[in-house]
Design a protein. Structure first.
Length: 139
């Protein structure tokens, strides 16, 4: 008889792999990045045209009121209705003399929201006109 001596592997042999009886851990939930929200635009604003405008925001809707003295020393009262779409505001404006039977003026407006809602930069135009005039607001 011949005996062959085998060389043992270093250390004890590992037992065969057994399936785990532990439940798999739940996947880790990673929160989605927060959507950029428009800060509230409600409150008083300084304007390049009419001194102060007070805006009220409800969801994506904006309304506003303002008054100013025109070149004929007649106080004009105005209002704004607009919609926020991303970083743009598009809408309409109307104004008429505070007293008397003066004619109503109206037109379109558009502002871009800047500086995290601290500035609105844009334009207005009279109804029927193509020419735009600057109309910027700041807080």
């Amino acid at each position: 008889m011949i005996f062959v001596q085998a060389h043992a592997a270093e250390g004890p042999a590992a037992p065969p792999a057994m399936p785990s009886t532990q439940p798999a851990s739940a996947p880790i939930e990673v929160p989605a990045p927060a959507a950029k929200t428009t800060p509230s635009l409600s409150g008083p604003w300084s304007s390049t045209l009419v001194d102060e405008i007070v805006l009220e925001q409800s969801g994506n809707q904006i309304t506003g009121r303002y008054s100013y003295m025109d070149d004929d020393d007649v106080t004009q009262e105005g209002r704004i209705e607009a919609t926020i779409d991303g970083q743009k505001i598009r809408g309409k404006w109307w104004e008429r003399p505070k007293v008397g039977g003066g004619e109503e003026s109206r037109g379109d407006l558009e502002w871009k929201i800047l500086d995290d809602g601290k500035a609105l930069m844009g334009w207005y135009r009279d109804e029927g006109d193509e020419e735009r005039q600057d109309w910027n607001l700041t807080r």
